[in-house]
Write a protein that binds this ligand. Structure first.
Ligand code: G3I
Length: 336
């Protein structure tokens, strides 16, 4: 059967993966999968601020440049991830804020410079930037999180400024807001409603935002978010592109088992089903321009380190053998 990227190209979709730069060009099986199966890539970690500016004023673009070069060599478009987030901020910055050597005015200048420098560095080489990431929470979903590091220091308007600064540095990159659980949740859809209302307001104010990234970190124990297509279409109706940016579907495993052996048949049935439904939602919405899985094999997944007793979330197993979820995506693309 054809590769995912060949099949996706046939239906005008970009299919991607988050790339771990500790493995790319090191593990040949992994490298072959990244090159052979995907036609867009996202930096899993190496474009985040702590990786790019480990000490103030000293930049380390090396690993990210390597990824961009790899992508160019393999006909892949790059998603830049991510410029403004509460996580993986350099420690010199958080320390400076805590000890008072960086006041709010200085913090704003430092952020402005960071976005300008990084977006300028990659100008012309990034297809989609995740400009801002995860400003809404599940616990207080109806509003931008007032306790977020950036919001508490600089106010909610800083997100719109981040989009303006990024646009000034690279007017051709598509600028995205990226978050999880912002499309499809039935029952209370409060987080999706809040993001929708907020982004509609940004658009009406002329803020240069082009797209919404729905991460797509699912868990078999909660079932599939059945309103996904409808909510993606709702964003699209505002004139936005949409993308699935970090798809994975975690399930219960034997804790501390390096093979991530599933403990129930949700892995067999629910996992490929949920991957398939996510892809079908993207295929059903014309404005959905890319579908990215968050990593290739289970061995590299962030899930077991974050959710005790859960894993087996990716489309390849710990030995980089394709799972039923891979075959499901392949079949969906074949029939699309
Ligand atoms: O770089 C250090 C290394 O020097 C150190 O020795 C090692 C020891 O723990 O840690 C390394 O940093 C790790 C980093 O990944 C790079 O490998 C961090 O501990 C680890 O926490 C970090 O995890 C990443 C996580 O974001 C942190 O926020 C995951 O790989 C990455 O998959 C995950 O991705 C996020 C998206 O960016 C946003 N959406 C959610 C998604 C999953 O959490």
């Amino acid at each position: 059967a054809d590769s995912l990227r060949t099949l996706a190209a046939g239906v005008g979709l970009r299919i991607g993966t988050a790339v771990n730069m500790d493995e790319l060009n090191v593990d040949t099986t992994y490298t072959g999968i990244v090159a052979g199966q995907f036609n867009t890539v996202t930096a899993e970690n190496v474009m985040k601020w702590d990786a790019i500016e480990p000490s103030q004023g000293t930049h380390n673009y090396g690993p990210a440049d390597q990824l961009v070069a790899f992508a160019k060599a393999h006909g892949q478009l790059v998603r830049g991830h991510t410029l403004l987030w509460h996580n993986q901020i350099p420690s010199w910055l958080t320390t400076g804020v805590t000890n008072g050597t960086i006041d709010n005015a200085a913090l704003r200048d430092i952020l402005h410079r960071h976005i300008t420098d990084e977006v300028s560095h990659f100008r012309g080489k990034i297809w989609q930037w995740d400009v801002a990431n995860e400003f809404f929470t599940d616990s207080n979903p109806s509003t931008i999180n007032p306790n977020d590091f950036w919001i508490s220091h600089l106010g909610a308007g800083v997100i719109a400024d981040a989009f303006r600064w990024a646009h000034a540095a690279d007017p051709h990159a598509l600028l995205f807001y990226n978050d999880y659980n912002i499309a499809g949740e039935d029952g209370s859809n409060a987080k999706s409603d809040a993001v929708y209302a907020w982004v509609r307001q940004l658009r009406s104010q002329g803020v240069p935002i082009d797209g919404i990234g729905n991460q797509g970190h699912l868990d078999t124990q909660y079932g599939f978010p059945t309103l996904l297509t409808q909510d993606l279409q709702r964003y699209a109706n505002l004139g936005l592109k949409v993308a699935i940016t970090e798809a994975d579907v975690r399930t219960f495993i034997e804790t501390t088992d390096a093979n991530q052996t599933p403990t129930d048949n949700l892995a067999t049935f629910a996992q490929p089903y949920e991957y398939s439904q996510m892809l079908k939602a993207c295929l059903a919405v014309r404005a959905c321009i890319s579908f990215t899985v968050w990593g290739a094999g289970d061995a590299g997944s962030w899930v077991p380190g974050t959710f005790m007793g859960e894993g087996y979330a990716d489309i390849y197993d710990v030995n980089l053998k394709p799972k039923a979820a891979y075959t499901a995506l392949q079949q969906d693309l074949t029939l699309a």
